[in-house]
Design a protein. Structure first.
Length: 457
């Protein structure tokens, strides 16, 4: 029998899966394989929340494949070596996988292609599996990528979107192919207490319920911190347990302003992927250098620790940081506020913040995490790089009655209404009774220092 291998990476699903479909069309038997590669962990993946979510995703993928007569094969070791051994063992002629955008993914693909071709076999890399529009499919004149979102969104919106593929009805895995035991979520230590359940089944259920309950309100309420009507689909998109292409189609069928706003957020995701694909160095270096003078030393370290722990004295910042620690996820508006505060108010290097986020975020995606941090720091694609988000004004606008702050900063729960956003204004015993710190910095002075550092622009 003819055999093909499907190498799963960031595409842990059976619905709308072009590599799986192509493999089934070209062979009588298919080996779906995922390789736990230590190099991926060394590159920064091995945060407890992502390892736990990955375990859920792999277990669910194995169940979905089993429902169709197959199973997931897990291997441990170097991806190229493990895949090469597998194709030799099964006499497979082809390997199919989804395209990636990081420098790590590009190197893995090149190494795998060279090894397979040297062994007389072929590698097929499929675009449009992780993103809606593949990086490089839409380009501005004279450049290899779009550096500004709005013109990218205009072009992206005009692109035809492929029809999502149904899950296969059946597949057959060659007998005798060994598999390592699947990882267990319960075996992962240090997981955030309220981490979401992973896997395609959970992702598809969440997409269906959210589209029915919250899509229509998304345009008006997506920044409402306490309302929490965002989709929370980012972890499933990051692991590929949910297809962004299918999400675009399903939202589009419902239509309306909420659907348009939701699809725009998916476009932002593609935008960052195409930037990183063209500029892989932006994962760690300034996309647009500003010659920033980042603070260092003991005082900066203490401020960074206070930010990490949610003890900056600015309740909206602290609430968001505590949500991150508890859930392994943070509301998007909270991400913008906390990142602006660290980089522009405290003047601490965006890379430090990005590293902390990657240590906790279950959706810790290199393209979106690093480039959103650069956007907030003004070293990325923001067309207004010197804007500073005032946390008090942001709190008044996006948490007007203080419900979000009271949820995550319980020591302030007794304060009524918007007064919760400025506890330092209390006096006497009212202030002394609160186990809550004074602000780390004065916002006006910090803003002036930032603008002076940026040349007064």
């Amino acid at each position: 029998m003819t055999v093909s291998v499907v190498l799963y990476t960031s595409d842990l699903r059976v619905h709308d899966h072009p590599p799986l479909k192509a493999a089934l069309q070209g062979a009588e038997e298919v080996v779906p394989v995922f390789v736990r590669d230590p190099a991926v962990d060394r590159a920064g993946f091995a945060a407890p929340n992502r390892l736990a979510f990955l375990a859920d995703c792999l277990a669910d993928l194995d169940r979905e494949l089993a429902r169709r007569g197959g199973r997931l094969v897990l291997r441990e070791g170097d991806t190229v070596e493990e895949v090469l051994a597998l194709v030799r063992r099964t006499e497979a002629d082809e390997v199919h996988m989804a395209a990636g955008v990081t420098a790590f993914a590009g190197d893995r693909e090149a190494r795998l292609r060279k090894a397979l071709e040297g062994d007389g076999r072929r590698l097929y890399v499929h675009d449009g599996v992780v993103t809606v529009v593949p990086p490089g499919d839409v380009l501005p004149q004279g450049s290899d990528h779009f550096a500004v979102f709005t013109p990218y969104h205009r072009r992206w919106s005009a692109e035809p979107v492929r029809t999502p593929l149904p899950a296969p009805k059946a597949l057959r895995v060659p007998s005798g192919v060994r598999s390592a035991p699947l990882p267990s979520r319960a075996a992962v230590a240090g997981v955030s207490p309220a981490l979401a359940v992973g896997g395609e089944s959970a992702g598809r259920a969440r997409l269906a319920s959210w589209l029915g309950e919250h899509l229509d309100a998304y345009e008006d309420r997506h920044d409402d911190l306490a309302g929490d009507v965002t989709s929370r689909l980012s972890p499933y998109l990051h692991f590929g347990a949910l297809s962004a292409t299918e999400a675009v189609h399903r939202a589009g069928r419902r239509g309306g302003a909420g659907a348009a706003a939701f699809v725009r957020q998916l476009c932002w995701r593609d935008f960052h992927h195409q930037v990183l694909a063209a500029r892989p160095g932006a994962a760690g270096a300034d996309y647009r250098p500003r010659r920033d003078h980042w603070r260092r030393g003991a005082e900066a370290d203490a401020d960074f620790a206070a930010w990490r722990e949610g003890r900056t004295g600015y309740p909206i910042v602290d609430a968001a940081m505590r949500q991150l620690a508890h859930e392994g996820w943070m509301h998007n508006r909270g991400r913008l506020i906390t990142a602006s505060f660290l980089t522009k108010t405290l003047r601490i290097d965006w890379r430090e913040g990005a590293r902390h986020f990657l240590g906790l975020l279950v959706d810790g995606d290199v393209a979106n995490n690093q480039l959103n941090w650069q956007w907030a720091a003004g070293t990325g694609t923001d067309t207004r790089p010197n804007r500073v988000l005032n946390p008090v004004r942001q709190a008044r606008r996006y948490d007007p009655d203080g419900a979000y702050v009271r949820r995550w900063v319980p020591e302030l729960a007794g304060l009524d209404g918007p007064a919760v956003h400025e506890p330092w204004r209390l006096v006497g015993l009212d202030r002394a009774s609160l186990d809550y710190p004074d602000p780390l910095v004065d916002l006006t002075e910090a803003r002036e220092r930032f603008l002076e550092d940026r040349g007064g622009a």
